[in-house]
Write a protein that binds this ligand. Structure first.
Ligand code: 5RP
Length: 225
């Protein structure tokens, strides 16, 4: 049986090799990113001089607990490199993210980043995106409208619940998990989704990742464009 935590750890250890003094680093969210943040905390303890930009409150709290110096997103014009996880990726580095509900901040940080390094275990590589649903952040007022529009895009959606209640994102929005089957054209779908009124952002990360490091049994595989 695969040891997914070990695969994530191998990928995280490989990713932090790209860090160097003076950099501003985007800190992702999710279990893989948290392993990388722990590795970064260790390097900072040993004298690495970087500043992090968190993609969620949970990440901010973790980084603070590890004494990683932080900057607010408003304080940076650009980020040298971000390390984050993904729910699915294809060999041409298109992603689904947002399983952990932080896709909006993750996409803002990724968009400011010169390099977006994604770390995953070996279950995340797919031929076509879409087995994992596409998280879509919507303003609460527009939820029914957006759900109806998804059907026009040959999809269905469900409001994400936690303990039976709608999950509220850090921005005060709802998440719809959109099911479009296997996505033949993620570029087109991404474009169509963002044009639906009420959609704030979605978890299709198109042409954003610059490198995916996937942990495998005993090592890592790197995918680059
Ligand atoms: C959070 C994310 C995560 O990066 C994604 O869900 C992967 O999580 P994990 O590393 O726990 O498998 O997009 O919004």
């Amino acid at each position: 049986m695969k040891d997914l935590k070990n695969e994530k750890t191998l990928a995280a250890k490989e990713a932090v090799k790209y860090l160097s003094n003076g950099q501003i680093i985007g800190l992702g969210s999710g279990s893989s990113a948290y392993i990388a943040i722990a590795e970064i905390g260790e390097l900072v303890k040993q004298g690495l001089d970087i500043k992090g930009v968190p993609t969620s409150e949970k990440t901010r709290e973790l980084a603070e607990s590890l004494n990683i110096p932080l900057l607010k997103i408003e304080e940076v014009d650009s980020i040298d490199m971000t390390i984050d996880g993904a729910d699915e990726f294809t060999e041409d580095l298109q992603l689904i993210k947002g399983g952990g509900s932080f896709l909006l901040k993750e996409k803002v940080v990724a968009s400011l980043s010169k390099a977006e390094i994604i770390i995953t275990d070996s279950t995340k590589k797919v031929e076509f995106l879409g087995k994992f649903t596409v998280p879509i952040e919507v303003i609460p007022y527009a939820q029914n409208y957006v759900l109806a529009q998804l059907e026009k895009l040959n999809g269905t959606g469900k409001i994400r619940l936690v303990d039976g209640k709608p999950l509220i994102t850090e921005q005060g929005n709802l998440l719809i998990d959109g099911d479009f089957g296997l996505i033949q054209d993620p570029v087109l779908l991404a474009d169509e989704l963002i044009r639906v009124v009420g959609v704030v952002e979605h978890g299709l990360f198109i042409n954003i990742a610059t490198r995916v490091i996937m942990g495998v049994d005993g090592g890592t595989l790197t995918f680059e464009k």
